[in-house]
Design a protein around this ligand. Structure first.
Ligand code: HAM
Length: 535
C-alpha cells in the first residue's frame, strides 16, 4: 500500500472545516488591518534561501528539499572521464575499478600514485548528507576489501562547496577536489520553500513594489522542511504569514509597524479563542551590534566549545549566534552563561526597541522580554519575537517573526526595511478549543426520494433549495424510507424532506424535523422559507 510520505499528512473532513474556519477568521482580521494577499511560488532558486535564511542555519544546512533541475543526467560520467584524463599518467597500470555491490557505491576506486583512492563525483554540494555518505563508504569498503588497508577518500566537485561542507570534510578526513570541467554550466538548483519571507522579498524586488509605498502583504500556504516529525512538527506544514515592507520613506522602519504587527497577532489569537499565549520579545540589534556581539560570543565560547556538541563546535567558528539554536540538554548550562545581545545594542536600536514596548503597553498587549531569543534565521535585525502556547508541548512556538531591515539589500534590492511573522497553522489548529464538528456546516435538509422516478423530482428540488444557500444532501430512490432516515441522521441533517409520488402530485412535501420529530406538509413554493425559518 502506498502511504503519505513521512512528515506529510492528509487533512480530511471534518478537520478541514476547522482549517477553513481559521483561514476565514484570519482573512477577516487581515482585511481590517488593510493587508492584501500575495501568492509566491512553492519552489524557488536554492540561493534565495541560502542567501536570506543563511548558509549556516539548520534550515539551509539540513532541512531543505533541494534538487538539481533539468539535464543533470550523464554529468557524473563526464566528470569521471575528465578526472581520469587529468590523472592519466598517475593512475597505475595495475589500477582496478570496483564498485561496492549492493551497498554504498562511490563512483570510482582507483590506485593513484601508489595510493588507493575512493572517489565520489558530485555535480554540486547539496548538504551534509554528501559527507555522511563517505562514512558509510568507509565502513562498507573495509568490510568488502579487508586486505586493502585504509584508502584515501576524495570528493570531487564541479563547483566550490560551501564552507561548511569543506569544514565537515576536513573533520572527517575526506579530501575535496574542485575540478574544472570544460563547458560546464551550473545546473539550476531549486528548493521547495522552507519559509515565505525570502519569496516575498524576492517578489518585492522583482516587481519593484517600492513604487506602491508601504506594502502590507499576507500569505497562507505550505512550507517544507526535512525535520524529525512529531506532534506539531511536520515536513509539509502550513504557515499563515504577513510582511510589511517598503522604502524607508514609507515609514517601514518605524517602531509603530512592529507594534501594529504584534497587536494584530494578539487580536487574531484572541479572536480565535486561543487563551494563555505568551509573547516573548527581544531585539537582536543591527549588523554592527551583532558583529560586536558575535566577537564576544566567539571569545566566550573559545574555552568551553570543546565540551559542546559538534553542531555548536561548527557554529562557534562560522556563526556563533546560531549556538542559541542548540537543543542539546548538556550544552544548555554553557549557553546560559554566554553574553546577552541586550548588552550590545547601540543607542538607535535600544530606542527603537523601547518605542515598540511603549506602544504595546499603551494598547494593552502583554509581553515578556527574553534576550536569549535570537530566532533560527539569519535575516533578523532589531525586533524579534515568538508567541508560545503551553498546550502545544515541545513544539510550543505557535508563531515567530521579526524585523529584517537589511534583507532586500542582501538579495540585490534597494533599502526596504520590513517586519513580519509566520504562524504555524498546524499548531494554531492544535491549540484551538473549537471542535471541527462545531464549525462544520451540517446539511439543513436531507432530500429522500421515495420510489422509482423520484430521483428526477428530488434533483429539481435540491437545485432550487441550493440556489437559496440551503445545504441540501440528496438521497437515492432505491433507498427504503428507513435507510433514508438513518443516512440523514448520520449526516447530522436537521430536516428530512420526503419526495414520493403522492407528494409530487399534491405539490406539497412532508418535511420532518429530525430533532423535535415534528412533521408538516409544506407546499413547494414555501419550502425555502420554511427550511430557513426552522434553522
Ligand atoms: P519560523 O520561526 O521558522 O519563522 O516559522 C514560523 C512558525 O512556523 C513556527 O513558529 C512554527 O509555528 C511553524 N513551523 C515551523 N516549522 C514547522 C514544522 N516543521 N512543522 C509545523 N510548524 C512549523 C519563519 O518561517 C519566518 N519566515 C517568519 C517571519 C516572517 N519572519 C519575518 N517574517
Amino acid at each position: 500500500m502506498i502511504k503519505a510520505v513521512r512528515g506529510t499528512r492528509d487533512l480530511l473532513p471534518p478537520d478541514t472545516a476547522l482549517w477553513n474556519f481559521v483561514e476565514a477568521a484570519v482573512r477577516d482580521v487581515f482585511r481590517v488591518y488593510n493587508f492584501h494577499e500575495i501568492r509566491t511560488p512553492i519552489f524557488e532558486e536554492t540561493q534565495l534561501f541560502s542567501r536570506s535564511v543563511g548558509e549556516e542555519t539548520d534550515i539551509v544546512e539540513k532541512e531543505m528539499y533541494t534538487w538539481l533541475d533539468g539535464k543533470a543526467s550523464g554529468f557524473e560520467t563526464l566528470m569521471l572521464s575528465t578526472w581520469m584524463l587529468k590523472h592519466q599518467g598517475q593512475i597505475q597500470t595495475s589500477a582496478f575499478e570496483r564498485v561496492f555491490e549492493n551497498r554504498a557505491r562511490p563512483d570510482l576506486v582507483v590506485e593513484l600514485d601508489g595510493h588507493l583512492v575512493v572517489a565520489e563525483f558530485k555535480r554540486r554540494t547539496i548538504n551534509q548528507a554528501t559527507i555522511n555518505n563517505v562514512k558509510q563508504y568507509r565502513k562498507a569498503f573495509a568490510e568488502a576489501f579487508p586486505q586493502e588497508g585504509d584508502p584515501k577518500f576524495l570528493l570531487v566537485f564541479a563547483e566550490e562547496p560551501t564552507s561548511y561542507v569543506r569544514h565537515l570534510a576536513q573533520a572527517n578526513g575526506v579530501d575535496v577536489e574542485v575540478m574544472e570541467i570544460p563547458g560546464y554550466e551550473p545546473p539550476e538548483s531549486l528548493t521547495l520553500r522552507p519559509e515565505n519571507t525570502a519569496g516575498v522579498v524576492r517578489a518585492y524586488i522583482e516587481h519593484k513594489l517600492w513604487d506602491r509605498g508601504l506594502n502590507k502583504l499576507y500569505y497562507i500556504g505550505p512550507q517544507f522542511r526535512r525535520e524529525r516529525p512529531q506532534k506539531g512538527r511536520y515536513r509539509q506544514f502550513y504557515q499563515i504569514g504577513a510582511e510589511v515592507i517598503g522604502p524607508p520613506s514609507s515609514g517601514s522602519e518605524s517602531p509603530a509597524r512592529d507594534a501594529e504587527i504584534l497587536e494584530l497577532l494578539a487580536t487574531l489569537l484572541d479572536r480565535l479563542g486561543i487563551e494563555n499565549w505568551t509573547l516573548e520579545l527581544n531585539s537582536v540589534g543591527c549588523p554592527s551590534d551583532r558583529a560586536a556581539y558575535n566577537e564576544a560570543l566567539r571569545k566566550a565560547l573559545e574555552p568551553v566549545v570543546g565540551q559542546m556538541c559538534t553542531d555548536c563546535q561548527r557554529r562557534a567558528v562560522t556563526n556563533p549566534l546560531r549556538v542559541f539554536d542548540c537543543k542539546v540538554p548538556a550544552d544548555q548550562p554553557i549557553i546560559e552563561k554566554l553574553p546577552r545581545i541586550s548588552q550590545f545594542l547601540d543607542e538607535p536600536c535600544r530606542k527603537h526597541f523601547e518605542q515598540v514596548q511603549e506602544i504595546l503597553k499603551s494598547v494593552g498587549v502583554d509581553f515578556q522580554l527574553n534576550d536569549r531569543l535570537v530566532r533560527g534565521l539569519d535575516y533578523y535585525s532589531r525586533t524579534a519575537f515568538e508567541f508560545t502556547h503551553g498546550a502545544l508541548g515541545a513544539q510550543n512556538a505557535i508563531l515567530g517573526g521579526g524585523r529584517y531591515d537589511g534583507l532586500s539589500e542582501s538579495l540585490g534590492g534597494p533599502s526596504a526595511p520590513g517586519i513580519g511573522f509566520a504562524i504555524g497553522e498546524d499548531r494554531l489548529v492544535l491549540a484551538l478549543k473549537e471542535s471541527a464538528d462545531a464549525v462544520q456546516r451540517k446539511p439543513d435538509v436531507y432530500i429522500a426520494p421515495l420510489g422509482a422516478g423520484m430521483d428526477r423530482e428530488a434533483a429539481r428540488l435540491a437545485r432550487e433549495l441550493r440556489r437559496h444557500d440551503i445545504v441540501a444532501e440528496l438521497g437515492d430512490e432505491t433507498f427504503r424510507l428507513k435507510k433514508s432516515f438513518e443516512t440523514a441522521s448520520k449526516l447530522g441533517a436537521r430536516l428530512i424532506l420526503i419526495v414520493g409520488e403522492n407528494e409530487v402530485k399534491a405539490g406539497s412535501f412532508a418535511l420532518k424535523n429530525l430533532e423535535s420529530g415534528e412533521q408538516v406538509s409544506v407546499p413547494r413554493g414555501e419550502l425555502v422559507q420554511k427550511i430557513r425559518s426552522d434553522r
